[in-house]
Design a protein around this ligand. Structure first.
Ligand code: DAH
Length: 342
């Protein structure tokens, strides 16, 4: 009776092992037949009911069945593992002859190339590079720069006011005031950064653009120092052949003031499409710091004088790289930017 049961278990288990095809099912089967509450164990528990002669015979038989099942399960386990490995080798195979993935390295933005050159040139002349806030106080952008209440630059249509006393700075000139309030002369700084004006976007306008401010304050600084400095700057940037033209202008914070043109570096001054036949290209505003501005910052104009300038970075980049539409600088089209790999 028990012999038949054992035999039946062996056959049933063998059939099930042969039929199953995953390791989870095999584990379940192991528990079902050989586990503590398994079918084989249940039979062994009945051994007590057997006679003293039958017991060793059945014991032996039960052990044989257990060993046979264990072996069959182990064999099946290795077969399943081998099949899994085989499958993975097939599906995860790496074809080492396939071309690799190309990773392209980014390049500096043309505005940053220009800015880095500018910083290097002015650092070479002993200037320090300083930073200033873009959300700025009206008194630093206008009042202390000697720009009175009625000045058109302050108008709502030309500015992004945040409140009556704060705005998005329209020029980096505010950093002049911040610097003079903080530091004693001699001062020689440049301060590049973003500025904001409510201009509609087109090929030459953007509501956000970049300037680089410059300020020098010391004893006996003259317009001649400004000219020499800007000439050195322009030649470093565009080569020794470039010429400068100072045109009288008005800025409230400088006296005298000048706008500075450079000879067109495409045609050398003859007139071409880049300079629109002029031979000259406007580059920056500048002048001798107005005595009132020095006074506003607690610097004695009888003891000190200085010069200041403000350069448009977009213009320099566009001229240098012959870029005819300012929007290209902001669209971050990789086809455009990748041309500046150097
Ligand atoms: N702030 C002027 C502008 O935005 C540029 C400028 C002109 C800056 C004369 C100066 C300066 O420091 O002295 O157009």
């Amino acid at each position: 009776m028990m012999k038949e049961q054992l035999q039946k278990i062996k056959e049933q288990a063998s059939a099930e092992i042969a039929a199953l095809s995953d390791t989870k099912a095999l584990d379940d089967l192991r528990v079902k037949f050989l586990g503590k509450k398994g079918e084989l164990t249940a039979i062994l528990k009945q051994m007590g009911q057997l006679s003293a002669e039958e017991r060793p015979v059945m014991g032996q038989l039960a052990n044989d069945v257990r060993t046979a099942l264990e072996n069959a399960i182990n064999e099946k386990a290795s077969a399943l593992r081998a099949a899994i490995t085989e499958q993975r080798l097939k599906t995860e195979a790496v074809d080492v002859t396939m071309p690799g993935k190309k990773r392209s390295i980014g390049v500096r933005h043309p505005l940053n190339i220009v800015l880095d050159d500018l910083k290097a040139i002015f650092r070479g002349m002993g200037y320090t590079v300083v930073d200033g806030p873009e959300v700025e106080e009206v008194k630093y952008v206008f009042d202390m720069l000697n720009t009175d209440e009625g000045h058109p630059a302050r108008e709502k249509s030309d500015t992004f006011y945040i409140s009556d006393t704060t705005l998005l700075r329209t020029q980096t000139s505010s950093v002049q005031i911040r610097t003079m309030l903080k530091e004693k002369p001699p001062i020689a700084i440049i301060s590049p950064g973003r500025v904001y004006r409510p201009d509609a976007v087109d090929g030459t306008h953007s509501p956000i653009f970049h300037q680089c401010e410059g300020l020098v304050i010391d004893k006996n600084i003259t317009f001649g120092d400004l000219k020499g400095t800007l000439e050195n700057f322009a030649k470093s940037l565009y080569g020794n052949d470039v010429k400068l033209r100072f045109r009288p202008h008005h800025f409230p914070y400088t006296e005298p003031s000048a706008e500075v043109d450079l000879s067109c570096f495409k045609c050398g001054g003859k007139g071409c499409s880049l300079c629109k036949g002029e031979g000259w290209i406007e580059m920056l505003g500048s002048g001798v710091v107005h005595p009132q501005v020095l006074k506003n910052c607690g610097i004695d104009p009888d003891e000190y004088s200085g010069f200041a300038f403000g350069i448009g970075l977009e213009r320099i980049a566009m001229m240098r790289y012959n870029i005819d539409d300012m929007r290209l600088l902001y669209e971050n089209d990789a086809r455009f930017l990748s041309q500046f790999r150097c």
